[in-house]
Design a protein around this ligand. Structure first.
Ligand SMILES: *[C@@H]1O[C@H](CO)[C@@H](O)[C@H](O)[C@H]1NC(C)=O
Ligand SMILES: *[C@@H]1O[C@H](CO)[C@@H](O)[C@H](O)[C@H]1NC(C)=O
Ligand SMILES: *[C@@H]1O[C@H](CO)[C@@H](O)[C@H](O)[C@H]1NC(C)=O
Ligand SMILES: *[C@@H]1O[C@H](CO)[C@@H](O)[C@H](O)[C@H]1NC(C)=O
Length: 535
């Protein structure tokens, strides 16, 4: 009976108000009951049918416009017990052709999720999909509206939401409202996120091992309290050297390194396949000209000295490496940004916004703190201060995934080898730590696989010269639902790239090697091999 009642005539089109193939027990969009979330009170549930609407593209998160969406939108707001937060979980339930899956989408930078621009594509593909603001402002560029309480101290409740709690809220709410609307439980529950979203995905595997059957984590922002502070290292180096090279000069040295190491794999494609084996001495570029559009800049020995230190990474006073450096081949434009013009007019350094805000709002609890004033000794202190104050909340790098493994979960992590913001060394370290405590590769490879994409920048946002994984989420899905274990990810250069090629991204630690015949631009002519020291 409900089936007949659930159609409304709007204009001249017949629009369902619940799922097109209703099952016994399915609820109307307007009648979806409030879900139960342990440790929280549901403050409101608002739902509405939205038909034939569009979401405009918003690169890099949403590459193309999504049109003709038809969903039941459910907004659930909740407050955690003992907290005054106000968390929104927004879920879109496709009215037609639901694929029986649920996917939760992670956020970026300072946002736990971005709402409509995250929801649009999966909803158009038939997924029930959720995004949450975690009770934060939703601004990916700054935490200024939520980091500190009125008394000026860190808002730990909201930080905990950002760190972990909201991930579970979203899983519980999204799955519950989907089950109510469709009248049957979700068949497969998945996570998809990159950067902050990748970190959230790993948190799900660590803390909420039963929430997701499969997790795709791109360039995860793990070891947060360490890597974020280490992102300030390039600025500290320039300050201590008393020289701020122009962005063109820095890029000239990076390009010289790429030219020097590109062909080590016998494929001249403008990317370094194994950046950790590229031993390029930046001083060999001194005196050569960097070309940036119309502009030419001579590479100086001061510039070379700076690049060498940045590649080396920060060290403790006793000379031990505190954190890796920017991988060779990755752009310096974000972390070593300067206002110096190409013609050499004096400039200054500009600290990366995310690292700058982390230090000011959280580590120092002082929005006025000046991160451009830091020297290397202070950076080391700050690194330890950040870790001791917030490591247990924000690092998101617990290597014990035994419960996730036991629950049958699958974890696919991918990371660009030219990631200029979150270095791929972090994902390698995490895999190794997991292997170490869980019994080696043999005990982990059936549920956790890492793929490193040569020449690819942060999340493949571009412009980037390497081949970006084209469908890592589908690879995860086949693994989860059909047991197809991913050995490679298919990858292709972005449409705007100067060179066009497809490539296999091999499961770490294997690397793709040209098999010696056929088109070097075609993935099929590559095989995955154990890496050699020199390629
Ligand atoms: C859900 O929340 C979004 C974001 O605040 C808002 O634009 C939308 O109108 C809300 N929808 C409903 C049904 O309340
Ligand atoms: C959907 O919207 C588009 C653009 O607003 C319109 O051209 C089209 O006729 C609509 N389709 C339906 C089925 O209403
Ligand atoms: C650059 O800085 C130096 C040292 O501070 C100063 O002497 C010089 O005048 C500046 N040059 C320009 C073009 O601003
Ligand atoms: C591709 O190039 C066009 C034209 O230069 C530019 O507007 C667009 O932003 C580029 N897209 C990407 C993804 O880099």
């Amino acid at each position: 009976m409900r089936y007949f009642l659930s159609f409304l005539i709007l204009g001249n089109s017949l629009l369902p108000t619940h799922a097109s193939t209703p099952t016994h027990g399915a609820k109307l969009c307007s009648e979806i009951p409030a879900p139960h979330v342990l440790g929280a009170t549901i403050a409101s549930i608002d739902s509405a049918i939205r038909t034939n609407f569009s979401v405009q593209s918003s690169p890099p998160t949403l590459a193309q416009d999504i049109v003709n969406l038809n969903v039941c939108e459910v907004n659930v707001t909740l407050t955690h017990t003992g907290s005054s937060d106000h968390v929104l979980v927004q879920t879109w339930l496709p009215l037609k052709s639901w694929n029986k899956r649920f996917v939760a989408i992670g956020g970026g930078a300072w946002a736990a999720g971005l709402g409509a621009i995250d929801l649009a594509l999966p909803a158009s593909q038939g997924y029930a999909v959720s995004s949450t603001n975690a009770g934060l402002s939703g601004n990916p560029l700054s935490p200024d509206l939520w980091a500190l309480k009125e008394d000026g101290t860190v808002n730990f409740e909201l930080l905990e939401n950002f760190a972990s709690r909201s991930i579970h809220d979203m899983a519980v709410v999204g799955q519950a409202v989907a089950a109510s609307f469709y009248g049957r439980p979700v068949k497969t529950s998945l996570w998809n996120g990159c950067s902050t979203g990748g970190r959230q995905g790993l948190v799900a595997a660590q803390k909420y091992p039963e929430d997701f059957d499969g997790i795709l984590a791109g360039a995860p922002a793990i070891y947060w309290t360490e890597y974020v502070v280490a992102e300030l290292w390039p600025q500290v180096v320039m300050k201590e050297e008393g020289y701020y090279p122009s962005n063109c000069e820095l890029d000239g040295i990076v390009q010289a390194a790429i030219r020097a190491c590109d062909n080590k794999d016998k494929v001249k494609d403008g990317i370094i396949t194994s950046p950790f084996n590229c031993k390029f001495d930046p001083f060999t570029a001194v005196g050569t000209m960097a070309q940036c559009g119309e502009e030419q800049v001579e590479i100086t020995s001061q510039g070379a000295a700076i690049v060498r230190k940045i590649w080396d990474g920060p060290k403790t006073p006793s000379g031990e490496r505190l954190w890796p450096g920017i991988p060779i081949g990755a752009s310096f434009a974000a972390l070593a940004y300067t206002t110096t013009e190409a013609n050499g007019v004096n400039g200054t350094g500009v600290p990366f916004f995310l690292a700058d805000a982390w230090v000011r709002y959280f580590v120092k609890e002082n929005p006025e703190f000046d991160t451009t004033s830091l020297d290397s000794a202070q950076l080391v202190e700050l690194f330890y201060e950040s870790k001791s104050k917030f490591g247990s909340i924000m690092d998101s790098a617990d290597p014990d995934l035994s419960k996730f493994k036991k629950a049958g979960g699958k974890l696919l992590v991918w990371h660009g080898l030219a990631d200029q913001l979150i270095y791929p060394q972090d994902s390698i370290r995490y895999l190794q730590e997991v292997e170490q405590i869980m019994g080696g590769e043999v005990a982990t490879k059936d549920f956790f696989r890492l793929f490193l994409a040569p020449g690819v920048d942060h999340c493949g946002f571009g412009p980037t010269p390497g081949a970006v994984p084209t469908a890592p989420f589908n690879a995860l899905l086949s693994w989860v639902e059909n047991g197809v274990v991913p050995e490679i990810l298919e990858a292709e250069t972005l449409p705007n790239s100067t060179a066009h090629f497809t490539r296999k991204i091999c499961r770490y630690p294997l690397v793709a090697k040209y098999r010696g015949r056929g088109d070097r631009a075609a993935a099929k002519n590559y095989v995955c091999v154990k890496p050699k020291e020199d390629c």
